[in-house]
Design a protein around this ligand. Structure first.
Ligand code: AMP
Ligand code: GLY
Length: 421
């Protein structure tokens, strides 16, 4: 069968590579893809905001399943649009996608269905926000209520910083923000918890810890993610039961009571405080780089899983995983998450000869002839599966040194909480 894959990041390259392993796949079209997906499928340059052109292409090429990687097309309602034309598509619809598209929507769901999360207040005006902040205790968390790729969140340790954050958000640093959210600061350890659901049943899709800050020691600005490891060191049966009973199931049941059926991946960003899970945010997709970290461990055919999900037959599938540890380090362009140079060649990439259990997923790359150029902030993802995290880490850094890309940088301490060395 022919599959269409929407997106251009490391997450999509990893999904593309795993899909390709299935003997059911004849061709994968990537909209628009990157230099990595170009080696597996066919990259199609198309404006993803133009749903009609995309639909025409899908129908013309007889694509039988569409998989959507990133949040924007989901929040914009691409699933609803394609389903109107009887196209099979994997991902949540527009109403369900508000779980990521609007932090305030999610907070209201938490309140209505008693889901543990940080206490919060919503403001529409700069003046009332600042008045509230002057009387608040610190640290405090300030968030823009729109899609900001994880960057519209400020952890403020004093009044001065919080007032700067409010100005930046209302002045449009992360696009138009009608609302601002002020949250209680939760002091705990973060964990990413993933499930896949067809609206009837749910299956675990792995756990991970992401390193969101740009500098070693989890310092500096927030990014899309500098690296991850899976499984999370926090997960155990007791905690998993709490996550399902207190967070995931009440959310899906609550949505269903509101007439919203959720289908797709669901990513719960959690803060674990004294063994109790609290929801920080929902994402309506796999994480990036968590997907690249988790998906190489999948033993079951991904096409079977996604089709079962679209046909509401997920309960019939047994999802199997390797029990190896997985680690991912992201190589970024110097300057990221701020300004960085584009179109720089990655000269030594051919020197990287991948062995079994090693993966190299492209993110912001473009192929011109036989040369690979960096075109994004996050450029390449180095992943290794091994018996332990230390082995995985050593292997990755060996490859990064071999690549020796002087225009890039990467964190040297990914997985430090699970590696003592
Ligand atoms: P978000 O985009 O909502 O996931 O927030 C980005 C990051 O900010 C999270 O991964 C956390 O590290 C941090 N964060 C967000 N909300 C809180 C909170 N209420 N307490 C502590 N840290 C938070
Ligand atoms: N790694 C964080 C995210 O995908 O949102």
């Amino acid at each position: 069968m022919k599959v269409g894959l929407i997106g251009s990041g490391g997450r999509e390259h990893s999904i593309c590579q795993i899909l390709k392993k299935s003997d059911k796949i004849t061709k994968i079209y990537c909209f628009p893809g990157n230099a990595g997906t170009a080696n597996i499928g066919k990259n199609i340059k198309i404006n993803l905001d133009n749903f009609e052109d995309l639909k025409d292409f899908i129908i013309k090429e007889k694509i039988e399943l569409v998989v959507i990687g990133p949040e924007k097309p989901l929040v914009d309602g691409l699933v609803d649009y394609l389903e109107k034309f009887n196209i099979k598509v994997f991902g949540p619809n527009k109403l369900a996608s508000q779980l990521e598209g609007s932090k305030i929507f999610t907070k209201k769901i938490c309140k209505k269905f008693n889901i543990p999360t940080a206490k919060f207040e919503v403001f529409k005006k700069k003046s009332s926000t600042k008045k509230f902040l002057k009387a608040s205790n610190y640290p405090i968390v300030i968030k823009a209520d729109n899609l900001a790729s994880g960057k519209g969140v400020y952890i403020c340790y004093n009044k001065k910083d919080s007032l700067v954050a409010v100005d930046e958000i209302f002045n449009g640093k992360f696009g138009k923000a009608k609302n601002i959210l002020i949250e209680e600061f939760l002091d705990g350890e973060e964990m990413s918890y993933f499930i896949i659901t067809d609206g009837k049943s749910i299956k675990n899709f792995g756990t991970a810890q992401d390193h969101k800050r740009v500098l070693d020691g989890d310092k500096g600005k927030n990014t899309g993610g500098m690296g991850a490891y899976s499984p999370s060191r926090l997960i155990n049966k007791e905690l998993e039961k709490k996550i399902l009973d207190k967070i995931i199931n009440p959310t899906l049941k609550g949505l269903s009571k509101l007439g919203i059926n959720y289908k797709g991946f669901l990513y719960a960003g959690l803060m674990i405080v004294k063994n109790e899970p609290h929801l920080i945010e929902y994402n309506i997709r796999m994480g990036d780089p968590e997907c690249q970290t988790i998906i190489p461990k999948l033993k079951t055919d991904l096409v079977d899983i996604l089709l079962a999900c679209c046909d509401q037959k997920l309960h019939k599938i047994n999802i199997e995983w390797s029990n190896k540890k997985s680690l991912c380090v992201v190589l970024c362009s110097k300057g990221y998450p701020d300004i960085f140079q584009k179109n720089i060649q990655i000269k030594n990439i051919k020197k990287i000869k991948l062995k079994i259990n090693e993966y190299l997923f492209h993110a912001g790359t473009t192929k011109v002839g036989s040369k690979i150029y960096a075109t994004g902030g996050r450029v390449l993802n180095f992943v290794t599966l091994a018996e332990n995290f230390l082995k995985a880490k050593k292997n990755i850094y060996k490859n990064l040194i071999k690549l020796n890309w002087s225009h890039g940088f990467y964190r040297k301490d990914i997985g430090y909480k699970v590696i003592n060395q």
